[in-house]
Design a protein. Structure first.
Length: 388
């Protein structure tokens, strides 16, 4: 696969969130979507099981990409295993920009993470155990870019996908696709680019290579997604049949990476990535993982071996963050996509044009802790149950 910027699938896709009330790619209205279970026993009246789950703390699972964080229990495991999980997590030195023209602090108590799914073109992973270098200049892009916003009270969470082909200013390189920033200068330049674009100060960075999806999915025994209509992926010669599909790790990787032959190209792929994260978290919460120490250990080991975070995040920081999110329930997490006006061509490449007015309103809501008001006014979230 050539190292240069790739074209956005479906260049004639709809303007989506640029229209009134649009909340993301595909303009699916104001449905708010959450992506993890509520920790109950599924209504079976098993008070013993419920009591056991309530005693278990929950751990925040940072995923990438894609680029994403999931809450799952780690209670019942001994401290040595927790220490082992922490040792698995790769910490990246020198990720955060140094002073300069960075945005000022956000509202006290809020926290913003940049979550990245790396499109590795190397033989080894670029995060977690497989990372020799975090990136190889000119050989990698970021297929998934998400901004995770956590309000101070941690009662909600907002995950904003930024289309990888968004046409933006990259410091020192002029106007380019946003995912080129990672290739030009790694995570630091990507953070600088997004801070300049959004005016939001990014507090932490998390990354996962898509290969990490495979091991996590298999550790859970597969995840289930629902496909709207049958579609063929010509790039990977994979036929997807309409209806519910239980995916193993290899199939999950194919599912989140398809972009050709989808009705709205990369915008549909964003929805697939979000739907997969929802399915992954739901399976972790509802599939017996929390009540099965061996299954939980396999999943946590696979997860922690697949991720990288900035070096400022200690084990204590991650544990505190996990505990602060333990009360999140269904309906508390909203997925959105940065508002865009449409697609077009620049320098023989298909690009996405963000909607400057709506995007400014969205990112100002992040910066000022005004996301509930933004979602109420403009709508937000995707129906994660069924995707193209």
């Amino acid at each position: 696969m050539p190292p240069g910027p790739r074209a956005t699938g479906g260049p004639n896709g709809p303007g989506g969130p640029g229209g009134p009330g649009g909340g993301g790619a595909g303009d699916e209205g104001s449905e708010s979507a959450a992506f993890w279970g509520d920790g109950s026993s599924g209504g079976d009246g098993d008070d013993t099981a419920r009591g056991r789950k309530k005693r278990w703390p929950r751990v925040l699972i940072a995923i990438g990409v894609f680029f994403v964080l999931v809450v799952a229990g780690i209670g019942g495991l001994i401290w040595q295993r927790q220490a082992s999980y922490n040792g698995n997590i790769h910490r990246i030195q020198g990720v955060m920009p140094d002073g300069g023209k960075r945005p000022g602090p956000n509202v006290a108590g809020t926290e913003n993470w940049l979550l990245v799914g790396s499109d590795s073109r190397a033989d080894i992973g670029t995060t977690g155990e497989g990372s020799g270098k975090l990136w190889k200049p000119g050989q990698q892009r970021t297929d998934t870019i998400m901004l995770l916003h956590l309000p101070a009270d941690r009662k909600k969470a907002y995950i904003i996908s930024i289309p990888r082909d968004s046409y933006v200013d990259i410091p020192g390189y002029g106007r380019q696709k946003v995912n080129a920033a990672f290739s030009f200068g790694g995570p630091k330049l990507l953070i600088e680019t997004l801070e300049q674009l959004t005016g939001v100060r990014i507090d932490h960075y998390g990354a996962i290579d898509f290969e990490g999806f495979k091991s996590m999915t298999d550790a859970l025994g597969g995840v289930t997604v629902t496909i709207k209509q049958s579609v063929y992926d010509p790039a990977r010669k994979k036929q997807w049949t309409a209806g519910s599909q239980k995916l193993n790790g290899e199939e999950a990787l194919l599912f989140v990476r398809q972009r050709y032959n989808l009705p709205n190209g990369d915008f549909d792929r964003i929805k697939r990535q979000q739907a997969f994260l929802g399915a992954l978290a739901k399976q972790a919460a509802d599939g017996g993982t929390l009540s099965n120490p061996l299954k939980l250990d396999r999943f946590m080991s696979a997860f922690t071996k697949s991720i990288s975070v900035d070096s400022s995040e200690s084990a204590g920081d991650l544990r505190s963050l996990a505990l602060s999110l333990r009360h999140l329930r269904v309906g508390d997490v909203t997925f959105l996509t940065a508002p865009y006006k449409g697609t077009g061509m620049r320098n023989k490449q298909s690009v996405v044009f963000l909607d400057p007015t709506r995007a400014k309103a969205l990112f100002n809501a992040v910066k000022t802790a005004g996301m509930p008001e933004y979602v109420q006014k403009y709508g937000g979230g995707h129906g994660l149950g069924t995707v193209s």
